[in-house]
Write a protein that binds this ligand. Sequence first.
Ligand code: 13P
Length: 287
Amino acid sequence: MLVSATEMLKKAKAGHYAVGQFNINNLEWTKAVLLTAQACNSPVILGVSEGAGKYMGGYKAIVGMVNGMLEGLSITVPVALHLDHGSYDGCMACIEAGFSSIMFDGSHYPIEENVEKTKELVKIVKAKNMSIEAEVGSIGGEEDGVIGKGEVADPKECKLVADLGIDFLAAGIGNIHGKYPDNWEGLSFEALDAIQKETGDMPLVLHGGTGIPEDQIKKAIDLGVAKINVNTECQLTFTAATRKYFEAGKDLEGKGFDPRKVLAPGSQAIQDTVKEKMELFGSVGKA
Ligand code: 13P
C-alpha cells in the first residue's frame, strides 16, 4: 500500500540520513526503483513530473501501475507516490487520482500567492492523510540550452512557508536540475544552515541531485536535508546502457529485438544507480 512521505522523512531527519526521490518515466523505471528499494530495505519516493504523467497515460494509469507492482512484486518497504513540481491543478488531479504525496511548486508566484495556494492545498491533503512539499526560491536548470543559476531561498520566507502545515520543504540553495555547469559555485551551506535554523525539525529537500559531489551531499544531509531528488542521472545511465546494447549489435542477435531484452541493460543500470544513491544517502536498511 502506498504511504505518505511524512513518517519516512521525519525518521530520516531525526536519523541524519536522506530518502531518495527517484523520478519515474515508464514501467521499467518504476519496476527498477521498487525492486532496488526492496533489495536495499530502504524507504523510497517515486517522483512523477506533470510531463511524465502525461507521457505515461495520466495519473490514474500511474496509480494503477504502481499499486499493481507493490502487490505483484511483493514490495513491503514504505513507498510514496509523489507529484514533482506540481501546479495547483496538477496537485488537485493527483489528489483525485490516488497519489500519496504532492509537491506544490509555487516558487514562481509572489510569496503571498505561494502562501495562499499552499495553505489551501495543505487543508485538502491533510484530510486525506497525504503529504505535501512546498518550494521557496526557485531551482534553476537548463532551458533552451541556457543553464539558469539556482536561486538561494530567503530563510524568513522558508520559515513562513514551513509553518503552513506542510510536511517537507524544498529550499533553493544554489542547486539546479540537470547537469551542473563547469563554473557552478556549489551548494550554499551558509544558506542551508540559516534555513535549517529557522525551520527546526522540518525535513528539507534537495532537488537537482544529479552531479552534486558526494562530500556536498553528505554535508547537506548533516545540515538537515532529508530528501534528495534524482532524475537526470537515471536517464543518463539508462541511455548509456541502451546505447551500448545497440552498438554491440545485440539487437541483431537471436531475439535481441524483443523489448524485454532491449530494455534490460537500461533497467539494470537504473537499479545500479538507485542502489548507489541509497548507499550514499544512508537510507539502506532504514525501511
Ligand atoms: P536532477 O534531474 O538534476 O537529478 O533533479 C531531479 C529533481 O530535482 C526532480 O525534482
